[in-house]
Structure formats: C-alpha cells, structure tokens
Design a protein around this ligand. Sequence first.
Ligand SMILES: [Zn+2]
Length: 329
Amino acid sequence: MTQENGPSRPLVIGLDLGGTKMLGLLMDDQANILKRVRLQTPGGGNTALSHNVLDLISELRDEIGDQARSLIGISIGAPGFIHQESGTILDAQNMQLHNLPLSKIVSETFGLTTRVIHDVKAAAFGEACFGAGKGMRHLAFMNIGTGIAVGLIFDGQIYQGSAGRSGEIGHIRVVRDGPDCSCGGRGCLEAIASGPSLVRRAQAVLSHNRSTSSMWVSSNRRLDLVSAEMIAEAARSGESWASALIEETADYLGLSIAGLINVLDLEHIIIGGGLSQMGDLLLNPIRKAVNRYVLSEYIDIVRILPSALGMDAGAIGAAAFFFRHPTNE
Ligand SMILES: [Zn+2]
C-alpha cells in the first residue's frame, strides 16, 4: 500500500476498537492509507471509550486540513453484539460496553455519516476486498486471539445471520464437560484454543514439570511471564512440550474449521488475530488437522491462508465497508 493520494479522492476514517488498542486509519477507496493513529483502549465503559474514539477521529481528521471536504464518512469495527442499522454496541462484555449509541455520538460530533460493524466481520470484509481473499466470492476469516470468531463472506457480502450474531465459532462445544468458557458454557473451542487458553495450558504443564523448558528456567520460573510468544519460541527451539501444546490447539481449530467447510462448502479460510502471528508453526498443523477432518472431497482443495492485512484488517475492512455501502440501505 502506498502513501499517495490524489487531492480529490473521497476519504473515509476506519477504526478498529480492540480490547487493548484502538487503531484508526485515514483511507481512500483503494486502501491507500494517509495516516494511522493508535491509542490505548481505556477501561471504564461507555463514556471513556466514546471520549477516546472522538479524540482518535479528531486527530485523523486534522491531518487532512483543507482536504476535509473529501472526508465522506466514518466506519468503526467494534467487538460484541452490534445493532448495525442504528450503529449501537448493545453488549461488549470484555470492554464493559452496554447500549452505546456510538454511531449517533460520532455522527453528531463530526456531522458525518457513521457506521458501526462487528470487528471480525469488518476484518473478513477487509481481507475479501484488499487482502488474502481478494477476488474470492466466498470465504471465512477466523480471528484467533483472546476470543475466537469467524467473519463469513458470501458472494462478496458480509453474512450477518438472523440477528447479526453470526460467526461465534468460538462457542461451539468441542469437549463435552471441558473447561469453563466466558459464555457460561463448558468445553467451547474458545476455552481450549484461544491465546489465553493456550497460555493457561502451558502454565499447567510448566508448574508440574519444573525443568521441562530452558526458556521457562531463563524467565526465572515465573508463571505470569508465560505468553503465546514464549510458547512459540520454545517450540521453534525444539522443546517438545511447546510443540505438543500448539499441535493440540491446532487440532481443535482444524476440527472446527473442517465442520465449517463441510456445512458451508468453503474453499478459502483466512486466519488472523494475535495467535496467527505464530505463522506456519500454527497454520501447518491446522492444515493437517483440516485435511484429517473434512469430507474427502475437500482434502488438498481447501486453502488455509494467513491474513494479508494483519492487525490493519479490521480498520481497513470497516472503511471498505463504508465505501461499498455509503448509505444505510
Ligand atoms: Zn463459550
């Protein structure tokens, strides 16, 4: 992506509100990015978040100065349960947001049409328009991080479902009576294969086998310092406990992805989110697991691809969604 932009091209501000960081981009319809701003996501619920969102947008808008007339709208990818027509975040528990009319607040402040869409659906749309899914009619984008969810693109459009809740693959039960999940259920994919779940399982292994890992020893045996990056590094340096944990995680992810493929007749799955930064260390065992569990017709046809847009996917996708849907039809 270049930094160039013609003087009169329409521009959109795209935001992605993550659990720890908020990213804002000033972007044209070809995904050329003029400016990016990153802020810490505040705790403190609706009011604190709204303030920071307005600050972030102001900073991006100030960047274009006398080109401000070319700014045609604002589009925000947000977590939780979104009422897309009104642009309201109905419920995002991990950020303590409830009934936040974000679209109304932003549009009244800046006098610009504002959209709010689910962050993983936004990332899926971004990948479909400008990333690893460019040119594909149907795809699933799977976000594997603190949570696990998919964004589904059918015929180039985001699939919402009956109430806009589509994509909660993280809450498919993969182990009956397995570990507790944030949704109140047990044995969900997210309770076993998310970043925090992988770390928890690593902590359990290390606390029982105190000399298992040289990396663990060099971090002074502090369980609170165990991270997904440390587990990946241990696996790369040949520590078998770490490879086994990653392969087990990939097996559960592959099992769920295979189910998705069998039901929806998909051939392209894009993997993003924090845990995907492990690259082929995670993706190769996912590919193997998918081939083990899909209907035979899909073996070696399905492509499991890394995200091309990385941590920009949500903000680019939100802005791209605005360019595709400038009015709320
Ligand atoms: Zn769950």
